[in-house]
Design a protein around this ligand. Sequence first.
Ligand SMILES: Cc1cc2nc3c(=O)[nH]c(=O)nc-3n(C[C@H](O)[C@H](O)[C@H](O)COP(=O)(O)OP(=O)(O)OC[C@H]3O[C@@H](n4cnc5c(N)ncnc54)[C@H](O)[C@@H]3O)c2cc1C
Length: 297
Amino acid sequence: MTRVIDRLRPGKTVFSVEFFPAKTDEEERQLWRAIRELEPLDPAYVSVTYGAGGSSRDRTVRTTGRIASDTTLVPVAHLTGVNHSIAELRHVIGSYAAEGITNVLAIRGDPPGDPMGEWIPHPEGITYADELVRLVRECGDFSVGVAAFPHLHPRSVDLESDTRHMVNKLRAGADFAVAQMFLKPEDFLRLRDRLAQHGCDQPLLPGIMPITTPRVLGMTTQLSNMTIPDEVSAVLDPLRDDAAAFRAAGLEITTRLCEKLIAEGVPALHFYSLNRAKATREVVANLGLADGVLKAA
Ligand SMILES: Cc1cc2nc3c(=O)[nH]c(=O)nc-3n(C[C@H](O)[C@H](O)[C@H](O)COP(=O)(O)OP(=O)(O)OC[C@H]3O[C@@H](n4cnc5c(N)ncnc54)[C@H](O)[C@@H]3O)c2cc1C
């Protein structure tokens, strides 16, 4: 099975796509429509998030396994340490291996319910992501990714400790890192510089949420610990009641952000797809990242 790092090459920006496991039959159909619509564009990899509950976790294993067996895509399975003992984590990692998955995004996770609630580690589990990185590495020949935060992790007390912990996580054996969403390229580039200053040269992928609706814009800020930049508000706020104009302007802003990141030599753009293909396809077409398959509108 292909490893993520083998799909990232210096000098050429590619793209990857993130999905979440479906809860209902209708969501499942939607998810697979999106996967099938993105497959011909040959993304570097596609990843599936890991939920807080047992059934959603099983769906992550199943969905990622089906991507491995039924598509030409390179799957990455997310894994968190929430409410898991080390023995259970080993079991999930074994299930991934049995499904032929060799790429894992190792994440500490948030307390279920309130993401900023108190983190209570499982008595036989892990406390921070670096421990999970080591565990996945110990369990087999996996390519391991970690999460990164251009606006600092919401729990971090300062830039210095945030950077130190991020560096520890990379040094624990991560091959690549994927960043939370942001809207100003400088915020991502400063994070990249901070890691480079500590000798961490693993590929760092910017996380991109195509802005299609006011709700999606709201999610972006909520998840990423940032405020909407003035220049983005100035364009989008007057369009909040005009869905088509908001979407067009939002995707234009997303495209311009991606262009700046490509000019800065990022290895791949990681799209948070919300299990829909259309917006990602449009931005990828605008950027010419799937020429021959897609043409810009
Ligand atoms: C790309 C990406 C994918 C994600 N996928 C999922 C998913 O599939 N499922 C899900 O539930 N959530 C997911 N999340 C959200 C993630 O679970 C939360 O952001 C979580 O709060 C942090 O996880 P982490 O791996 O970054 O934690 P950590 O790296 O452990 O960091 C958590 C906090 O602890 C600090 N810290 C780290 N090590 C130490 C230490 N030794 N001592 C003291 N402090 C320390 C860090 O600075 C940070 O403030 C994802 C986030 C991103 C960016």
